[in-house]
Ligand binder design. Structure first.
Ligand SMILES: [Zn+2]
Length: 329
């Protein structure tokens, strides 16, 4: 059963096809839809995850691309995993919003203790997250591939610590990079455990590749996956160069920090305009009303990060950011 709150009409064209992933079901480490390729040599364990949200096919396209290239590390380990498979398998291009999750958001279950809390509902996402957790726990570096509800420039979500920004620079995608603390509703996989510990060498990135079904989202997903793998030094130097030679990347990354998260308090929440994401507002501009309460742009130049179309109480409506220098947290 899908969540009926997700059953709203899609207004965007479907330009990409969700690949058939049935060939990857068996996995190779005893967990469905997860593969680990171990070089047998010293080196980091890197993990690329797709379809944490079932209606975001660009990550599945990137993993399918890597599988078809028979990518194998020469050092360390490479894991490739499809996360919310049940939701992804239910994906229907005629009603694509509906399959974001089955029971709840897979990407809000990663805070301390949540996955060990047996008093909570045993949802499809809870069960799957518990199964994949040991592999995520073992990974040194995680890339989690996502896409967005509205057409927007791609964004790299680097988490709340300076090490995330440093890592984004190392990976080198020439896209806006955001320092952020996620959602009040619950912790994301990219913020899980050591990924958020400033003293740990583990690190994670979440890339938002563009609108869910926009053609360019698949190009961004594949390119980010290649650059992420290359940054870990686990492949030969020539890996992916053929693909990257078509991309323009001048290493000019702009950095932003989320300073405020707007969480929906009432059923009467309404944006003042149909914001698209990455809108740049002057201080004092009214962004939305939550019932009667106006929400103003708080920063000199306030950047809207992913305004949602799902206006549900308790969920994030939008995040508000401002530009920073790298590590100017
Ligand atoms: Zn997502």
């Amino acid at each position: 059963m899908a969540d009926i709150r997700l059953d709203y009409e899609n207004e965007f064209p479907i330009q990409i096809e969700a690949p058939d992933i049935s060939a990857y079901k068996s996995g190779n480490i005893g967990v469905d839809y997860i593969y680990t390729f171990d070089s047998g040599k010293e080196g980091p364990h890197i993990f690329i995850s797709a379809v944490v949200h079932g209606n975001e096919p660009c990550g599945a396209i990137a993993l399918d691309w890597l599988f078809k290239k028979d990518v194998r590390p020469v050092k360390g380990k490479l894991s490739l995993g499809f996360m919310n498979v049940e939701a992804y398998l239910a994906y229907d291009p005629n009603n694509p919003n509906r399959t974001r999750w089955i029971d709840e958001d897979f990407n809000r279950l990663w805070g301390p203790g949540i996955l060990d809390d047996f008093s909570r509902l045993k949802t499809s996402e809870f069960e799957r997250a518990r199964i994949v957790r040991p592999i995520i726990n073992d990974a040194d570096f995680l890339l989690d591939i996502h896409s967005m509800q509205k057409p927007c420039v791609p964004l790299m979500m680097a988490g709340m610590k300076a090490k995330g920004l440093t890592f984004a620079k190392l990976v080198g995608m020439n896209i806006a990079t955001i320092s952020d603390s996620g959602h009040k509703e619950g912790m994301r996989m990219r913020d899980f455990s050591d990924f958020s510990d400033p003293n740990s060498k583990k690190n994670a990135l979440l890339v938002e590749c563009g609108q869910h079904w926009e053609k360019s989202s698949e190009t961004i997903a594949i390119e980010t996956a290649i650059r992420f793998i290359k940054s870990a030094g686990i492949m030969n130097d020539e890996f992916g160069m053929e693909y990257l030679s078509n991309s323009k990347n001048d290493d000019q990354i702009s950095f932003y920090k989320v300073g405020e998260i707007i969480t929906i308090k009432t059923e009467k929440f309404k944006f003042s305009k149909d914001w698209q994401g990455f809108d740049n507002l002057d201080k004092g501009t009214i962004i939305a009303y939550d019932d009667e309460e106006p929400i103003y742009a708080p920063f000199e130049k306030t950047i809207l990060i992913m305004p949602t179309k799902r206006l549900l109480v308790g969920k994030t409506a939008v995040r508000l950011a401002y530009q920073i220098k790298q590590n100017g947290l």
